[in-house]
Design a protein around this ligand. Sequence first.
Ligand code: COA
Length: 125
Amino acid sequence: MAKEGGAGGGVREVVLWREEARRFETPDGEAYLQYRLLAQPRSSSSDDGGATAAAVMDMVHTYVPGSKRGRGLAARLCDAAFAHARRHGMRVLPTCSYISETYLPRNPEWNELVLTEKEPKPSSM
Ligand code: COA
């Protein structure tokens, strides 16, 4: 388990990366961001003719218990997950509606990591 720092303000919570569970979560495990890893074929114009694939973090679900909502905890989980994606050279598929509809519009600095409709669709690794 590794500690992952977040960038923004709001609630101060330690966020842990549980690689084996593919989650970023609070130490009690009650609040979490669940992701899965996908592979995105590189465009056929790339040097290797599309043979290799780039890793994509599909952020499928974010959950915060009712008693802790509205204090930016989900945003802290997302900060850690996006920082992790950037550090590891991964792209992001924002499947979770909280991420696509609320977090990303408020944190446009991460947009460069987000897969666009025009890019090849990622698939299971
Ligand atoms: N989609 C988009 N935005 C949402 C949302 C959803 N499903 N649920 C809440 N939000 C918005 C709220 O309206 C709020 O907006 P406001 O700041 O203008 O009031 C904002 O998210 C709160 O942000 P933050 O404090 O960072 O989030 P949180 O810690 O309260 O947690 C959820 C947000 C979505 C993780 C939490 O409400 C939850 O666990 N909901 C049940 C599971 C769920 O619906 N997950 C999202 C789909 S995968």
